[in-house]
Every structure is written in C-alpha cells, then in structure tokens.
Write a protein that binds this ligand. Structure first.
Ligand SMILES: [Mg+2]
Length: 342
C-alpha cells in the first residue's frame, strides 16, 4: 500500500533528521578514511546513531541541518495556523536559533555548527530585520539553504507559491541563483511525491521543468545539469569508489549542486531507505548535510514506515516533528482529529 500523505510528511522530516544524525559523526571525513574505518559493503556499515564526531554530538542529536529545518517548519505552522508571513517568520526562527533561543541550548549561546554564509546573513538580518536583503550574495553557493528548505515542499500546496516561497526562504541566507533554483526544484520533487503522489520518475521530471523555467528556459543551466547528472549516478558505485576530485559532481563537500545531484541519485535508487542513506554517508565529506538533503527525498518517497525503529526512537525532535505535522495537516484539513490519535 502506498504511504499516506501524513506518513510521507513525517517520513520526510524524520529521514532528514536521521541522515543528519547518521552523517554527523563523520562530517568532513574523506571517503578513504570512512572506508578504512568501516571496510566492507553497505550491509556492514553500522546503523546505530552513535553521536560523536569532531563536534561531539549526542546520539540522535539535531545539527544545524535539522535545527534550521525545524525553524522553517515552525514558520509554516505560524503561517498556516496564525496567518503570519512565512518568509518573515522563517527568518525570525532562524535568528532565534542563531542567537541561542533554542531547545537544548543555554540561552544566548551560539550554535555548535554554522555555515559561513548562514552566519554572515543572519548577523545582517539581526540588524536589518529585512529577509529580502540579508542573503550572503551571488557566489555563496553552499548547501546551507537546500538542507533546510523542505517544509515548503511539504506544506505549500500551490505550485506557484511553492516556487516563490522556496526562493525567498533560501534567499534569507543563500540568494545565489543556483541555491534558490535548487530549493524550488527540490521542493517541487517533494511536493510531487507527498502531495500529488507522483512516481519518482514523474517527480524528478517535474523538478527538472521548474529548474529550466526558473533559469529563463535554459535547458543547459547548472541546476538542471545537476539533476540530470544525479539521474546517471550509481550511488552504490560512488560509495564504493569515492567521489571525483575534480569535475562534477565534485568532492561533495558543501557545494549546493553536488548535494542536489547526490539527493537525486538517492531518490532514484530503488533500495531500502537505510541502505541508500548509508551509501550517501559513505561517499564522505559533508556527510550530515548530504544525507539530510537526500533523506528528505527518501522519506517523502517511502513514508515513515521505512525508517528503522531505532532511528525514530532516538532522534531529538522525533515527537516534536510528529506533533507539528499533525498540527499543520489538521489545520489544512488533510487529517482529522480522529486520525491524530492513531
Ligand atoms: Mg550539520
């Protein structure tokens, strides 16, 4: 049976969270080092969320990827239940995270991890309070907005507004056109899977059409090229042999289009969700963010039933994400109170 919209929505958020937690202990470790620490095939790679890494994460902890995803989910909750402006709320919740008004942090303490463009943009936003001029500028094409954009795909069901809000919310920190178009294409894929119940092939094609149209009809634009490349990548082979040092996809160490290609390869990979996610981590380098971005698409594809129970039990925001999804989908009339209690 095909997963319900509610299951796919929760699954997308929890698989993003799980990818983040699975990759965090190995963040910025190259492929060769991961292979020497965990030799053998995919099946031999441990699934337990151990925490650790150079930032000493607790098991199942949210790093910046999941934290900022939560910020945008909260913005949609506010927009849908209180009619707040979603872009402004997204910026305000990101700022709250930056300034230490956040669960499990001492008030006023900085996040343990923060990307360069995100830091620059949120400090600019703290004084201007203008989410439309805070972005780090053209040339800052990291994956820091793609990693946190998924709530738009899950909760904005109007395709035109989905494209606009994806771009505006990316621009709060990442206004480079490759980042804004990547977020709109990614969220189109998410919405196609979760809301419109399309096949993976149809969903990825819908994402390609958005990438082309937002790049003024260019079929050879960089975001469309990244999606097309993702279609050709064998993730299992990439995880066994390691990423290319030059060319495209590059080292998978934070460039938005490398992460997008990996996520496309992941969602088109027909193996079980945990097997695919493990291979994204085995590729190496920006392991937590690459696996968070890929995880979002995989959860949208397979629903929460596909997640390992031990992951669902140990993720920091597992129950909060579940209740936020119920609150938003109830407000949208997608689920009734009766279903909430199941
Ligand atoms: Mg992270």
């Amino acid at each position: 049976m095909s997963p319900t919209r509610s299951s796919r929505t929760i699954g997308a958020l929890l698989a993003l969270h799980a990818g983040d937690a699975l990759g965090a202990p190995l963040e910025f470790k190259p492929h060769t080092l991961i292979l020497s620490r965990f030799p053998g095939p995919n099946a031999a790679f441990p699934r337990t969320l151990t925490g650790g890494g150079f930032l000493a994460w607790e098991p199942g902890a949210a790093t910046d990827d999941t934290d900022l995803t939560r910020a945008i989910v909260l913005a949609y909750r506010d927009a849908i239940t209180k009619k707040d402006d979603v872009v402004l709320k997204a910026a305000e919740h990101c700022l709250a995270w930056y300034q230490g008004r956040w669960p499990s942090r001492q008030p006023g303490t900085l996040p343990r991890d923060i990307g360069g463009a995100t830091r620059k943009a949120l400090s600019k936003y703290a004084s201007s309070r203008d989410p439309y001029s805070s972005g780090a500028g053209q040339g800052s094409a990291g994956n820091g907005s793609l990693m946190r954009c998924i709530a738009t795909g899950l909760f904005q069901t109007d395709p035109e507004l989905l494209r606009k809000e994806s771009q505006y919310i990316s621009s709060i920190t990442h206004n480079d056109y490759r980042c804004t178009i990547a977020c709109a294409a990614y969220n189109t894929i998410v919405s196609s899977l979760v809301v419109h119940e399309m096949s993976v092939e149809e969903a990825v094609s819908a994402g390609e059409r958005v990438a082309i149209s937002l790049d003024r009809g260019r079929v050879d634009g960089p975001v469309h090229a990244a999606i097309k490349l993702g279609r050709t990548i064998s993730l299992g082979e990439l995880a066994d042999k390691g990423p290319r040092k030059t060319g495209f996809p590059g080292p998978c160490s934070g460039f938005v289009l490398d992460s997008l290609s990996l996520a496309i390869a992941a969602v088109m990979d027909e193996r079980r969700l945990d097997q695919v996610l493990v291979d994204v981590v085995r590729v190496g380098m920006d392991t937590d963010t690459n696996a968070a971005i890929a995880g979002g698409l995989l959860g949208a594809r397979d629903g929460e039933e596909a997640l390992l129970d031990e992951w669902k039990d140990s993720l920091q925001f597992s129950s909060e994400f579940r209740s936020l999804v119920e609150e938003v989908l109830s407000a949208q009339g997608v689920i009734t109170t009766d279903q909430n209690t199941k």
